[in-house]
Write a protein that binds this ligand. Structure first.
Ligand SMILES: NC(=O)c1ccc[n+]([C@@H]2O[C@H](COP(=O)([O-])OP(=O)(O)OC[C@H]3O[C@@H](n4cnc5c(N)ncnc54)[C@H](OP(=O)(O)O)[C@@H]3O)[C@@H](O)[C@H]2O)c1
Length: 448
């Protein structure tokens, strides 16, 4: 079941059509159910499709978004937007608004802060109660008050060695530093988290993601499923860049079962439903007597910003149609004559783009796997269009509502779209067009 928000709008009704024609079950959140039924009856040639469900509610009224809205929903496509109309008024079918070629001085009918920001926050709250985020922060070392931050050193002194490590919280990261010595047959230093009570159930995820900055040395990330101090552990070795931030992904499937540096494959794969502690180690040793190929004794240092879970595929759970131009209203040096009306008239339109950006920020911070599509001026064109994507919010031009609807529906299947915000406009004819997933793959993930 896909939930479509803003389904009675120009993009939304096309999204519904494409989903239903593709055999999908669809629920629409609409403010006026009888009006929406009439619209979709006409849109589907006189008969409402069986797979289409109506839910009466308003984004700006949190209580109207009850849990029933999300029953069986696996993903959301959100095409809602503040209602805008010509100052002189429009026809019941909003022809002036939709034809989009002749300029009519616009005015907002609803309050942008309510629809674009508070409304999106209300929607995210109910969505997150029912769709488990694929990315989830387990430990944020920029915080200061969680018991999960109180890691402690476990060095080779336990076997007679003289290596020593320290654990320090600086306010914006944790520092694992120390000196490893091979004297007395030693050669490792580590820090270990307190046991998690209760153990964490991470079975929804694919693995762990570390945000770190290292020193060019190799480290181990160790996870335990049991509370015993000297029990079975699951290990993953990773190399760091020297003094450059990086994200390390640790797939649960690649964790090696280890007991006292010896692998124990008979223990089977890691049980991610039961995670009771983490450990970071810098060691001379790999596994079963093997040596760390990049090891040299001496001082080391690893900075850790966060530990998160991640999931694959990163197919979007929440697809949002925003707008090109959302970052432009306060941009210095902007030539307003070249900008679309929404940018020029942002203040007169209740800060519509400013609030759209705030809504985007709420989505990016939600933990859900999202895709934020920022179309340029929308048209009613029926012709299939080639599209171009861009990031940085400098794209100008037009694109059809059909093309945007198709992009949203197709993106449900594309892991390449997850975690990205990008602008879209029609591409000039005649230029080579690569397949959309390929173009999406070339876009950067959002920095959050
Ligand atoms: N027009 C452009 O050139 C342009 C360019 C770039 C981006 N955009 C943005 O792209 C998005 C889609 O555009 P569009 O032309 O499809 O928009 P649209 O036709 O104006 O549709 C907006 C939809 O949002 C719904 N909605 C508004 N307030 C709501 C609320 N409080 N609760 C629930 N639903 C609510 C409307 O429902 P009702 O039927 O009940 O009013 C309608 O279904 C919008 O966000 C728009 O701002 C537009």
């Amino acid at each position: 079941m896909i939930l479509v928000v803003g389904a009675t709008g120009g993009v939304g009704k096309r999204v519904v059509k494409l989903l239903i024609d593709g055999g999908q079950e669809v629920r629409v959140l609409v403010r006026d159910v009888p009006r929406a039924k009439k619209l979709f009856q006409a849109w589907f040639g006189g008969r409402l499709p069986d797979r289409l469900e109506f839910f009466g509610g308003d984004l700006t009224i949190r209580e109207s978004l009850t849990p029933a809205l999300m029953a069986r929903v696996t993903a959301v496509i959100c095409c809602s937007g503040t209602k805008v109309q010509p100052v002189e008024g429009d026809t019941p079918q909003r022809e002036k608004y939709y034809q989009g070629l002749k300029f009519y001085l616009p005015e907002v009918v609803d309050v942008p802060e309510q629809v674009e920001y508070e409304g999106i926050k209300n929607l995210l709250a109910v969505v997150k109660e029912h769709i488990q985020p694929k990315e989830n922060t387990l430990i944020d070392f920029r915080q200061t008050d969680s018991p999960r931050l109180a890691w402690y050193s476990v060095d080779d002194g336990v076997m007679g060695g003289v290596s020593a490590s320290q654990w320090q919280l600086t306010g914006d990261r944790a520092l694992f530093t120390g000196e490893v010595s091979t004297a007395n047959n030693g050669g490792f230093a580590s820090v270990r988290s307190p046991n998690f009570e209760p153990a964490l159930d991470l079975s929804y995820a694919e693995g762990i993601q570390l945000r770190i900055q290292g020193d060019g040395k190799r480290y181990k990330f160790i996870i335990r499923s049991q509370n015993d101090w000297d029990g079975l552990s699951y290990c993953y070795s990773f190399d760091t860049f020297n003094n450059r931030p990086q994200t390390v992904c640790i797939p649960f499937q690649q964790l090696i079962p280890v007991f006292r540096a010896k692998t124990v494959p008979e223990k089977g794969p890691f049980n991610s439903a039961q995670v009771s502690a983490f450990q970071l180690m810098h060691s001379k040793f790999e596994y079963d007597g093997g040596l760390n190929p990049s090891f040299s004794p001496g001082i080391f240092g690893l900075e850790i910003e966060s530990i998160k879970t991640y999931a694959n595929p990163l197919t979007p759970q929440f697809i949002h149609v925003s707008s090109a131009g959302v970052t432009r209203p306060d941009r210095p040096g902007l030539n307003l004559d070249e900008e679309p009306p929404a940018v020029r008239l942002n203040d007169q339109l209740g800060g519509i783009l400013t609030w759209k950006l705030r809504g985007e920020d709420a989505i990016r911070g939600s933990g859900l796997t999202y895709t934020i599509v920022r179309p340029c001026a929308l048209t009613e064109s029926e012709n299939p269009e080639m599209m171009q994507f861009a990031q940085g919010d400098n794209l100008r031009g037009q694109v059809s509502r059909w093309a945007i609807a198709k992009l949203c529906v197709d993106s449900l299947q594309w892991a390449e779209a997850g975690g990205k915000t990008f602008e879209v406009s029609a591409r000039e004819p005649g230029r080579n067009q690569a397949a959309w997933p390929f173009l999406l793959k070339q876009l950067n993930f959002d920095q959050r």
